[in-house]
Design a binder for this molecule. Structure first.
Ligand code: FES
Ligand SMILES: [Fe+2]
Length: 358
């Protein structure tokens, strides 16, 4: 085996497919949640009711009734209390039980004895995030994109039938574009050329940044959209948030991609696009289907990989095209080690220049 190829090291199996906790995960687009409505989402295998109360505030409860486990999200919500559809136990948005219709005054439990579990939830930049963890007294910052001017926004969500790692790595992969995303607006094989990009660690979080650079000349879509060759910066932070910021100085585009494990082998990929080009609203009907098509191309590529990997082949991570995948596993190991040792994580990534053809 040469220097430039390494088998995925054996200890990667200690982190592969592991769903990291104590982190914000993307739950849904804010506009999917009307006032006085609730929605069910499964995050990291946990059933969660996410709702918006009468005042517009978002809240989250464990979506199983403390009585017999019925999904509370199947019940009525009047903007103040959720009512279980089975026996009518009622719960306020802070988890307090307010009514147990079947109980006499002398029977136990009374409402004061019962609570539904709550989750920390945040609505930010048109996205709703749920904190999956127990350390709620010191929440990390909610993931965000850099500020843009008047922004337009599109959300695309797609379910990938694979674990979080395959989704994350499949999306960050720098060498699949010409093969997976063949499209008039994008790239083709003939455009493959050598690239060199500088990377640096993100301070105070486990992540890395592809330093600001002129967007590659074969990304024609950018040029068309922003009216000029933009400079781009891409940041990746654990557990699964990629933020791309492209700007021509006058106009900008931000893309936020967040992968949320539904279960150990199902992952929701959320892609949110923001832009501030004048007349930007007219781009929406054009961009939405393109974004869906892109994500679907990624989904198919990742599915083919997941199907192959189900046979447990020995695989390799090559330099430098797969270096980011290697970093991802490295950071994941550090995340878990820091949690086990109850210390702050230390970013193991050093500044680097990576070279590949794409
Ligand atoms: S199962 Fe919810 S009230 Fe009985
Ligand atoms: Fe892709």
């Amino acid at each position: 085996m040469t220097e430039s190829v390494s088998s995925e090291s054996a200890d990667d199996t200690t982190v592969k497919g592991v769903m990291l906790r104590e982190a914000w995960y993307y739950a849904l687009a804010a506009n999917e949640l009307r006032r006085r409505s609730t929605a069910h989402r499964t995050l990291l295998g946990e059933p969660i009711l996410i709702g918006r109360d009468a005042a517009g505030k978002v809240f989250a409860l464990r979506d199983t009734c403390p009585h017999r486990g019925t999904l509370l999200s199947r019940g009525a919500f009047d903007g103040r209390e959720v009512e279980c559809p089975y026996h009518g136990w009622r719960f306020a948005t802070d988890g307090r039980c307010t009514a147990i219709p079947s109980q006499t005054d002398t029977q136990r439990p009374q409402p004061a004895d019962v609570r539904a579990k709550t989750y920390a939830v945040a609505e930010h930049q048109g996205n709703v995030w749920v904190y999956m963890g127990d350390k709620r007294e010191s929440l990390p910052p909610v993931p965000e994109v850099p500020a843009l001017g008047k922004r337009f926004q599109i959300h695309v969500t797609m379910r990938f039938p694979c674990n979080i790692d395959l989704a994350v790595i499949g999306l960050m992969d720098p060498a699949h574009g010409a093969f997976v995303h063949r499209s008039a607006l994008w790239r083709d094989r003939a455009s493959i050329h050598e690239k060199q990009k500088r990377f640096s660690p993100v301070a105070d979080r486990l992540g890395w940044r592809m330093d600001r650079h002129r967007a590659s000349s074969n990304s024609r879509a950018y040029g068309l959209f922003l009216g000029g060759a933009p400079e781009t910066e891409i940041t990746y932070t654990l557990p699964s948030v990629r933020v791309e910021h492209a700007t021509t100085g006058r106009y900008g585009y931000c893309g936020l991609t967040a992968c949320t494990p539904v279960t150990a082998d199902l992952t929701d990929v959320h892609h949110v696009m923001y832009w501030d080009v004048p007349g930007g609203a007219m781009w929406r009907p054009l961009i939405q289907p393109i974004a869906r098509r892109f994500l679907d191309q990624d989904r198919r590529a990742v599915m083919a990989m997941a199907e192959g990997q189900a046979f447990a082949p020995s695989t390799m991570l090559v330099r430098d095209a797969d270096t980011q995948a290697r970093w991802y596993f490295q950071l994941k190991r550090e995340w878990l080690a820091a949690a086990a040792e109850d210390r702050a994580p230390r970013n193991p990534i050093a500044p680097a220049t990576l070279t590949w053809r794409s």
